[in-house]
Design a protein around this ligand. Structure first.
Ligand code: KAF
Ligand code: ZN
Length: 631
């Protein structure tokens, strides 16, 4: 009887009792696969995924039969409506089998890809290629890594991705959504999501445009006018480190060229290819690696925390313990023994194939939680561990809820928890307190340098995080057809990030596929929203901790008040609509960029002054990429 609420409660209890086993077995099989990619583990994982999908199909189809509108209990209504979305499990069995194989193929291609030196070893992404991207001084090597990675991953995924889109949309339609983008967006329970996102992006654009113009000027200073157009996009080869030697050589060639009378020069081929230093990051999503090149006050460079960590003989285990101590200092829950026993904190040395992209795992038995990370001793990896431990803390806080509510208030909340903590960890006050920097006082110029460092990570990230799903939503809704995937990708990279590829791209390439989340079908708008949300939460937690003064100096370490505020929210899981959850912490029901703008205000003031002084053009009205004849 589908009108009877008591029957519904019994149905939900039955779901609860059977789900734990099915989900726990699937997580175990998934873990075994991603930490040791073998044919056997793949078959086992695919088998357990089929079982999980059958289970979802059984309960999902029945959940749809209940007359939810007639029910009184809001919890029962919320549970039944969540059960109705069964994602890919709605596909017919044979297509689901095909879809799961496609998902495994794409994610595994990414995880196993390497780029081989002519007669030398082959390098995986983590840590080798990422190390090259961040620190190499040789432009040939940088371009080799950037292009090699895209050949090894993106190109391999292109055809499969087209089939992935078809099956994704079919599954979405079977769940009552117009396409998979609509299904992904439904997790935010808002029918104004896209407008709200665009509004946030517009609010943040002045910050990005000023940073972009300032960085472009610094690159122009290093690589000369032939390679950087002060009114144009930044060639996506941002850079690892300024290749000192090469620059002077190119600089010399530049000088010689400039001395020549125009008519003589015109006949010459364009100058030798610039030291196309590539993004300090494989996807130019973060520009921290060019800090030394753009430092506002170069005479006061920040201390190299990675060097200090290595000097103090930090090991991966110590990095995890450091994060554990921070969460404990807030009065939050400790990780159980299983966490330390079962996690994978370092890349195994037995030569096995595995997925190194960091992730946090809930085994849905309220006691087994793990992190998988190929940890290197760097400050980036320390912050990444804090991010992963944020996921773990969420798991711990909601572990006694019904399995239906064991998720974040929305996906952005899940991503924001750990990132909020990193805002305190990376504060000068905290680094000093933990012995990771030595000089006591940070003067106002050092403070601007500090904010520039954070901005190169967080502000540069804004347009990238926004366009990642703008691209996929358009692919899912058919606005972007498969014959133009790559040029539409670069159109978005140009429009939002003001970046160009270092070399011409074709439709043989599939550059978006070179990013983990696209190969692993992980939505990305969560990171855009998390970026705004984390500053809003940071402001609220800092206030609760009694912090006075500028937001960027706040460190909530040891604050039980801040911890309590956070705990009250995390233990709600997804049992309440996220605006209610947000209101409990911040008093507001909407995500607002105000706190982020407050945090960066001193830097924006400095950037605007500097850009006005230089007469910078904000944006890139000259929008062609440099390899198209520009001169
Ligand atoms: O991808 C990550 C971190 C990995 C993760 O923790 O977000 C991970 C991604 C993932 C991996 C495999 C399957 C699904 C998602 N997410 C989790 O481990 C996770 C997500 C939701 C709930 C529980 C765990 N960060 C993004 C964005 C980012 C975030 C923070 C700082 C910098 C950059 C990136 O690197 O591009
Ligand atoms: Zn995450």
């Amino acid at each position: 009887d589908f009108y009877n609420e008591t029957v519904a409660k019994t149905f939900l209890q039955f779901y609860e009792n059977t789900t734990r086993v099915v989900w726990n077995q699937f997580m175990e099989a998934s873990w075994n696969y991603v930490t040791n990619i073998t044919k056997k583990n793949r078959e086992e994982m695919l088998h357990k995924d089929m079982e999980r999908s059958q289970h979802m199909l059984f309960f999902g189809t029945r959940a749809r039969l209940f007359k939810i509108a007639r029910f009184q209990d809001p919890v029962v209504k919320r549970m039944l409506s969540k059960l109705q979305n069964i994602d890919k499990a709605a596909l017919p069995k044979d297509e689901l089998r095909e879809y799961n194989k496609i998902l495994a193929y794409m994610e595994t291609t990414y995880s196993m890809a390497q780029v081989c030196l002519n007669e030398g070893p082959c390098l995986p992404l983590e840590p080798d290629l990422e190390e090259v991207m961040a620190t190499s001084r040789d432009q040939k090597e940088l371009l080799w890594a950037w292009q090699g990675w895209r050949d090894a991953v993106g190109r391999q995924l292109r055809i499969t991705f087209e089939r992935y889109v078809q099956l994704s949309n079919k599954a979405a339609k079977l769940n009552g959504y117009v396409d998979m983008g609509a299904l992904w967006r439904s997790k935010y329970e808002s029918d104004t999501l896209e407008q709200d996102l665009e509004q946030l992006y517009q609010e943040l654009q002045p910050l990005y445009l000023n940073l972009h113009a300032y960085v472009r000027r610094a690159l122009h200073r290093h690589y000369g006018p032939e390679f950087i157009d002060l009114r144009g996009p930044i060639p996506a080869h941002l850079l690892g480190k300024a290749p000192a030697g090469l620059v002077t050589e190119v600089g010399r060639a530049e000088e010689a060229l400039k001395q020549m009378p125009r008519k003589e020069r015109d006949g010459l081929p364009p100058p030798l290819s610039p030291p196309t230093p590539l993004p300090g990051n494989m996807w130019a999503q973060s520009w921290v690696n060019i800090l030394d090149l753009v430092l506002p006050f170069p005479k006061k460079p920040p201390e190299d925390i990675t060097k200090i960590m290595r000097g103090q003989h930090w090991k991966p285990k110590k990095m995890f313990i450091e994060a554990e101590k921070f969460y404990a200092s807030l009065g939050l829950l400790p990780t159980p023994p299983e966490f330390w026993k079962n996690s994978m904190m370092e890349r195994p040395t037995d030569g096995r194939e595995l997925e190194c992209h960091a992730s946090a795992w809930d085994f849905y038995n309220s006691k087994d939680f793990r992190i998988k990370k190929c940890t290197e001793v760097t400050i980036e990896d320390l912050l990444s561990i804090f991010h992963q431990m944020g996921h773990i803390q969420y798991f711990l806080q909601y572990r006694n809820l019904s399995v239906i509510f064991r998720a974040g208030a929305n996906p952005a909340f899940e991503e924001a928890v750990g990132s909020v903590i990193t805002l305190s960890v990376f504060s000068h006050k905290h680094l000093l307190n933990r012995g990771l920097v030595s000089h006591q006082h940070q003067d106002s110029e050092e403070e601007v340098n500090f904010l520039m460092g954070i901005a190169l990570d967080k502000i540069a990230f804004i347009p990238f995080a926004y366009l990642m799903d703008l691209f996929r939503w358009k692919v899912f809704d058919g606005t972007i057809q498969k014959d133009v995937y790559n040029q539409e990708w670069w159109n978005l990279r140009l429009k939002y990030q003001g970046l160009c590829p270092p070399v011409p791209r074709t439709e043989e390439d599939f550059d978006p596929g070179a990013k983990f989340h696209i190969s692993a079908s992980v939505p990305y708008i969560r990171y855009f929203l998390s970026l705004v949300l984390q500053f809003q939460l940071h402001e609220a937690l800092c206030k609760a901790s009694g912090h006075m003064g500028p937001l960027h100096r706040c460190d909530i370490y040891n604050s039980k008040m801040a911890g309590k505020l956070l705990e009250d929210v995390l233990k709600l899981g997804s049992s309440k609509p996220w605006p209610e959850v947000l209101e409990k912490i911040t008093g507001q029901t909407e995500v607002s960029a105000k706190a982020l703008m407050t945090y960066f205000k001193p830097l924006l003031n400095w950037l605007v002054t500097e850009n006005v002084r230089q007469g910078e053009i904000l944006g890139w009205p000259d929008f062609s990429c440099y390899f198209e004849e520009k001169y």
